[in-house]
Design a protein around this ligand. Structure first.
Ligand SMILES: [Zn+2]
Length: 465
């Protein structure tokens, strides 16, 4: 989708071709491109000369003689093609054709047909929608305090607010992601949680990013190509958009894509922490290492604690989940007391890795969702400890400010597992997919729990200081 820098580039290229030209006739192929009455549109333009071409936000503004204005909004896929002379045939997506008195032709082409054109009077067009609804561009915000005060009354995510053109105009999806990446702000942060300093940095960074993009001729993203074969070179400089799964250019953490207000949003979960959320400590480690003991330590010190295993037990009570479990393991997985027969599940998944994967696919997203809901509804002043065996394999790791790996020596692990309900070899088989090396590399803290509970607590006490 063309954004402000692309529209600026298109404006500059078009200006070279159409300025001082007089429209001798018009062909309207797609009536819906025209906002308003088609014959009024055509009659207002025939015989008019293009005397200037400007851009406001993402709108192209053709200034014509007789104080007429032609407004063009390209929306998703609108493009202009210029020809020295009339063509025998135009593309099937051609919507409007302008014929100039020197024989040259301008084609407005729009595969999605969302773009619009409108005529208005130069004295009035700024007072009429859509331009009357546009907020200032980052280049000329004017009274920043007034803008910040307005932004701070909004509890919607900052990403959604920046896309709202009535607040600040000209930033679309690509550049909002870039600006939030550069300012290290999580896209879901409620606007009202941001400080004046952060808002100022958003405006200043928007100016830098848009200027750089204009200098490079805009970004060439999927559908968009500036006309006349000039490709925007800014895409290669983007840090956020299009970089899902790639390492963050700043910290090497894998970039993530989420949906904010229905729009795909790429960000670095490590550099762009959501400052409106409470502190989260993730606790992980192999089976029998004492994750629960560590979690209990933090609970005693006022942390709100969340256990992945407890959530799984709760999910087993959920009727919809039970239906899916029956599909996977058969009716016999439900006991006479209407509970889930966990022993049957354990025996089945140890023997059948495919069933294990399918069970994980069923449970993991639901566990993640439950944990995230708990984190998001907790007041920012609280601290949370989340205990999860597969923490680093889940999205929850993105929400952790710090992580703790509870380690244990192999022989001690076996000793401790021997006191549990399940046979040791079954416990170890269940833990087989746990990648200790990978987890240790990612953890903020590693604490060995091969000794006594007191020793563990002493080590944890040192961590929280
Ligand atoms: Zn990063």
């Amino acid at each position: 989708m063309p954004e402000l820098p692309e529209v600026e580039t298109i404006k500059n290229i078009l200006a070279n071709h159409v300025l001082k030209k007089t429209i001798s006739s018009l062909k309207i192929i797609n009536r819906n491109t025209i906002d308003g009455d088609v014959s009024t549109f055509v009659n207002s333009l025939i015989g008019k000369t293009i005397i200037d071409l400007k851009r406001i936000g993402k709108f192209l503004i053709f200034h014509l003689n007789d104080e007429m204005i032609l407004i063009s909004h390209l929306r998703m896929e609108g493009k202009y093609f210029y020809y020295q002379q009339d063509q025998e045939q135009y593309d099937k997506h051609a919507c409007v054709i302008f014929y100039f008195d020197d024989g040259s032709v301008l084609e407005y082409n729009d595969t999605r047909k969302f773009g619009i054109m409108k005529v208005d009077k130069s004295a009035e067009y700024l007072r009429h929608p859509p331009l009357s609804k546009l907020g200032p561009e980052p280049f000329n915000v004017g009274d920043t305090n007034a803008l910040f005060a307005k932004m701070k009354r909004k509890s919607i995510p900052i990403k959604v607010l920046l896309l709202d053109q009535s607040f600040l105009s000209g930033l679309g999806n690509i550049y909002v992601d870039e600006v939030l990446y550069l300012t290290r702000i999580h896209p879901e942060t409620p606007a009202k949680m941001l400080s004046d300093e952060q808002l100022k940095s958003i405006v200043d960074t928007s100016v830098d990013v848009l200027k750089m993009a204009i200098d490079s001729g805009g970004s060439t993203i999927r559908s968009y190509h500036p006309s006349q074969g000039i490709d925007g070179g800014f895409q290669t400089k983007l840090n956020a958009y299009g970089r899902q799964y790639l390492p963050c250019q700043r910290c090497n953490h894998e970039m993530r894509k989420i949906f904010v207000g229905g729009r795909g949003t790429t960000f670095c979960p490590n550099c762009q922490k959501n400052s409106s959320l409470p502190y989260v400590l993730g606790i992980t480690g192999p089976i029998g290492s004492g994750k629960s003991s560590a979690t209990a330590f933090f609970k005693d010190r006022g942390y709100l604690t969340i256990s992945g295993d407890t959530i799984v037990s709760q999910l087993y009570q959920n009727k919809d989940v039970q239906k899916e479990i029956i599909k996977l393991f058969g009716e016999e997985v439900i006991t006479s007391t209407l509970d889930i027969n966990k022993n049957l599940i354990i025996a089945t998944i140890i023997a059948d890795p495919n069933k294990k994967r399918r069970l994980e696919k069923l449970l993991h997203p639901r566990v993640e969702q439950s944990v995230l809901e708990l984190i998001k509804k907790t007041n920012k002043d609280h601290r949370i400890a989340v205990e999860m065996p597969l923490l680093f394999e889940s999205k929850i790791a993105d929400y952790c400010d710090e992580t703790l790996y509870v380690d244990i020596k192999k022989d001690i692990q076996k000793e401790r597992l021997a006191h549990r309900r399940l046979p040791v070899e079954i416990s170890l088989a269940l833990n087989a997919g746990f990648d200790a090396k990978h987890n240790k590399e990612k953890a903020t803290y590693i604490v060995d729990n091969s000794s006594t509970l007191d020793a563990l607590y002493n080590k944890l006490q040192k961590i929280i200081g």
